[in-house]
Design a protein around this ligand. Structure first.
Ligand SMILES: [Zn+2]
Length: 214
């Protein structure tokens, strides 16, 4: 795990990349990591355009969301990030974003089934859309955190997606994989009915997911 300085640099770089690849607009999305210091987390600020967030804009918060270092206001979804860390002791990073195809499926309240090779070990057996709750609420935080006890990615109804990973690089890979799976699922649905992987593969990969978890 990273020191505060390393965490701030990585979190700032990650949210700028998410902006560049179109997963978040100016004030959207949030990124956090668990730092090397117990009960201290780095998280993106609210009200700062994503394309110009720098390391010094990143906050360090404690386990109840109080700012320990930094001058900005922490993300409105800070509670959601902290609840995920408390329910997933293996998680070192969390990313919330609004990529187009994942959000399209979230608007349809779809569940991505186990249909794509390589998806289950990283994301989980499926990626459901959880019930709608307003951004920044305790209800959303608890719906997301509960769903992520079974998987590493979830769709937020009419809103976007959240992924967790063992570190930022891992979580970023999962964000890319979720958007890729969403794109393929939508394309396949547009012309037919996507088929699931064979049952024996799903069973084997379910075990693999449990052993890897992240
Ligand atoms: Zn959002």
């Amino acid at each position: 795990m990273d020191s505060f300085k390393q965490a701030r640099e990585k979190v700032a770089r990650t949210i700028r990349i998410l902006y560049r690849i179109g997963y978040v607009l100016d004030y959207e999305g949030n990124v956090s990591t668990r730092t090397r210091t117990a009960n201290r987390y780095s998280i993106t600020p609210s009200q700062v355009p994503r394309y110009k967030i720098k390391a010094s804009d990143i906050l360090i918060v404690n386990e109840v969301g109080e700012v320990v270092q930094g001058k900005r206001n922490p993300s409105v979804e800070t509670r959601m990030h902290l609840l995920i860390y408390s329910k997933r002791p293996d998680a070192g990073a969390v990313i919330h974003f609004h990529s187009l195809h994942a959000t399209a499926l979230a608007s349809l309240h779809e569940t991505i089934p186990p249909f794509l090779e390589g998806m289950i070990p990283y994301l989980g057996e499926n990626v459901p859309t959880i019930e709608y709750a307003m951004a920044g609420t305790e209800e959303l935080a608890s719906n997301v955190a509960n769903s992520l006890t079974q998987r590493n990615a979830v769709l937020l109804a009419n809103h976007g997606a959240v992924v967790c990973g063992k570190d930022l690089q891992d979580a970023f890979h999962k964000a890319l994989l979720l958007e890729k799976a969403s794109t393929i699922y939508l394309l396949a649905k547009a012309v037919g009915s996507p088929r699931n992987l064979p049952e024996w593969v799903i069973e084997a990969e379910r075990e693999l997911f449990r052993t890897m978890m992240l």
